[in-house]
Design a protein around this ligand. Structure first.
Ligand code: GYE
Length: 323
């Protein structure tokens, strides 16, 4: 009864907003009481990103939020242009996944001056935290630590040298910086473990393959590959197989993400360990957007909950994996 009454009141006030919003100049470009969200995505570089984009688009639809989606193709200048265009359109909230950590101060100040709240999702920036409302995403240092810890446990009974090559993510991106940091922090206690080469594969399969081909030519004694995401690991697997070696056996492989193709390779024995990074941030993001729009307080940092997978666990969960 009460619910019905409240719904009727809400309906009436919505209709009123529709009538009065035109020309009010504040907030929503659609002018109907619907929240307008401008979202600048990094690109479409990986399986993780595809799942993340889908999650955001579906969640916006389900939440009745008008999403203006822009793909930056891994270029910071495209993201800055998209954010400026969102400011010009006077969207209600801006959210973005910053491709790199640095260089955001100016555009964030412009959003603040326009009175448009900004929510960071997935990746972090080094700007003053007062320039954005919150940051929703993983703890990438912790992910790197989990990768390093698995390796330390695997080789705990050996004193022999363990030669590691690392495929880093996009240069200057938070997950690349932090996954390297966490990993190296954990393995440095073992003097026999050495990162003999570390190069960026830009989070893509093609680059992962290309860089691994070069690394295999330069180093005949690689024991372990640590790739900052599944896609680079999958590209590297092709290079390893083409070089006549067995991925997962001749070279042990650790990756991050746990998207379907990565999990399949893990279940098949071609990857040894995957640290999960959850791309399904859409629903949480829409909740935050609604709260921020309503002037409610939100936590300044929201960390996603994640796990790790070995080969047996991958076989177990693969049939019900969503992405
Ligand atoms: O791990 C990688 C993607 O920022 C967490 O970006 C994200 C990373 C993810 O390209 O696959």
């Amino acid at each position: 009864m009460l619910k019905k009454l409240l719904a009727a009141v809400a309906g009436a006030s919505l209709a009123l907003t529709t009538l009065t919003a035109c020309g009010s100049g504040s907030g929503s470009g659609s002018g109907s009481g619907t929240i307008t969200l401008g979202f600048s995505q990094v690109g479409a570089e990986s399986g993780w990103r595809t799942a993340n984009t889908k999650s955001i688009q579906e969640a916006a639809k389900a939440a009745g939020i008008d999403l203006k989606f822009s793909d930056a193709q891994q270029k910071q200048e495209n993201q800055i242009a998209a954010i400026r265009s969102f400011i010009k359109q006077r969207v209600d909230v801006i959210a973005f996944s910053p491709v790199v950590v640095t260089g955001w101060d100016a555009v964030l100040k412009e959003a603040k001056a326009a009175g448009i709240p900004v929510v960071l999702t997935d990746r972090a920036v080094d700007s003053d935290p007062s320039l954005y409302v919150t940051f929703l995403g993983s703890d990438f240092v912790e992910e790197g630590r989990k990768a390093g810890q698995w390796l330390v446990d695997q080789y705990k009974d050996t004193r022999e040298p363990v030669n590691i090559v690392q495929l880093e993510g996009t240069v200057g991106a938070a997950p690349a910086i932090d996954r390297k940091k966490g990993f190296e922090e954990v393995i440095k206690a073992n003097p026999n473990m050495k990162v003999i080469a570390s190069q960026s594969g830009d989070f893509t399969r093609a680059k992962g393959k290309e860089v691994m081909q070069a690394l295999l030519k330069a180093h005949k004694d690689i024991d372990v590959l640590y790739a900052h995401n599944d896609d680079m690991g999958l590209g590297a697997i092709q290079a390893i197989e083409e070089a006549g070696l067995k991925p997962g056996q001749d070279i042990k492989i650790i990756t991050v993400d746990a998207v379907r193709d990565g999990m399949q390779a893990l279940a098949d024995g071609r990857i040894n360990f995957i640290v999960e990074c959850n791309p399904l941030l859409g629903d949480q993001l829409m909740d935050i957007v609604k709260k921020v729009h309503a002037g409610e307080k939100v936590d300044r940092r929201i960390v996603t909950v994640e796990t790790v997978f070995d080969q047996a666990k991958a076989r177990e969960v693969l049939p019900t994996r969503k992405y």
